[in-house]
Every structure is written in C-alpha cells, then in structure tokens.
Design a protein around this ligand. Sequence first.
Ligand SMILES: [Mg+2]
Length: 267
Amino acid sequence: MFGAVLGDIIGSRFEFDRGGKRKDFELFTKECEYTDDSVMTAAIAEALLEAGKEADSETVKTKVIEQMCNWGKRYPDAGYGGMFRKWLRSKDHKPYGSYGNGSAMRVSAAGWLYDSLAKTREVARWTAEVSHNHPEGIKGAECTAAVIYLGRTGKNKEEIKRYVEQEFGYDLWETLEELRDRHEHNESCMDSLPKALISYFEGNSYEDVVRNAVSLGGDTDTLAAIAGAMAEGCYEIPAEMISEGKKYLDKDLLAVLEKINTERFHE
Ligand SMILES: [Mg+2]
C-alpha cells in the first residue's frame, strides 16, 4: 500500500506551486520527504488492522483516534494543519466539522481491507467522522476508498467514473489544463477530490496519475497522495518507484505499509 505515501513524497517539494505546474520533473530528489499525509495514512492503517474486520463503529473510531494521536505524537512536525494539530492535542478529541482534505489523504487502508464496497464505504466514513464530520469531509474519504476498492476489484475507469458521479456528485468535466489555470492553494475536500479524480481518470499509469496531480500545483503532496492512492487500485506501481520511495521512510512507517499488503483481511 504505497500509493498515497509515494504520492506524498513525490509531491512534497512542489507544495505552494513550487513546481511550475509541469509534468516533466524528477520524481525523487533530496528535497523530497514524507509529510502528514504519510504519517496519518500509516495511523489509519494500523488502527484498522488492530480493530479487525468485524469491528463495529465504536471500536473502529476508538482505534482511529488512538492511533492518530499516537502517530501524531511520534511525528509532531509532519506538517499538520492548524485545526488538526489542535484536535490531536485536545483532551476529548471531538470532531470539529472539518471538510479539509485530510479525511481523504489518510483513508487508503480502508480501500484495501474489506471485501465489499458497502463495508469499504462504511469504514471510510467512520475514519472521517472522528474529526472531519462535515458531509464533504466524509464524502471525500468515502469516495477515495470506493475508487480504490472498485479499481482493485476490476471495474474499468468508465464504470468507476459513472459510480463517482452518481454516488458523490463531483463535477468531473474540467480538464487538467483548466484546473492548472486556477491559481489557488485550497485544502478542502470540495476542491481536492475533483482535482485528484481528474488526475486519476486522465492518467494512464500510476506514475502518470501522480504527475498529473503534481502538475496542478497548490496542495501538491496531498493531491498526489489522494490521486496516487486511487491509482494504486488499478495500476501496479513500478518496483523501482517503490524501492526509491522506501529510502525516504523510516522503519515504523515501512512496517505498517508492508503489513497492510500481507494482512489484508479478505485474503
Ligand atoms: Mg502534507
């Protein structure tokens, strides 16, 4: 499960339009690093593995809060947003109505672990609800996990696109070029999901999808994390990209990501 993490690492050096909105850039340089997207992806993965396949909403949410706080403490400077940092430090960890793209960038484990689309969406919803309980925050998480699930269970892009439009109502009519012309840095699900989805639908390989997402500028690490997570559902990530990306990760992060690959509940 390296889709989100590699996207985060590759996109990290271009945040705030530092990339000139191009597709032809070097994937891995010494400026690359993992950020909050990778750390929280690992946190959710660990929480869902610990909770187990049959866990109810109470159990999943308790684990998700516990692991996000746990990982947040161990990686305090990964680049969390201000509100989320506050949530991590709070005593009661109450959801704060967020529609930030954090609910989508961290959710990918839910896309890999369960053996029905309904269950995948349900668990994705629970992972969002503990903090990002605004309808758009929840939708962003559910949609990301659903796209992974549909891709890995053999649906083609046309079918996935139809499903996304029908179920989630995102407007997917803009082209990458039109999206690039927008000069803004927006960290909401409403902005990031269509951008990640269009990067995914217009791409023809894992690498191409990540390049599309980075080329849009703005919140590039998170856009590439979400789009990369989706892409991993239907494309094999080239082995050399995985081995390059692994060089940026420490052993705790690696251990969780490897564990998802070997301990998927449905196998
Ligand atoms: Mg980040």
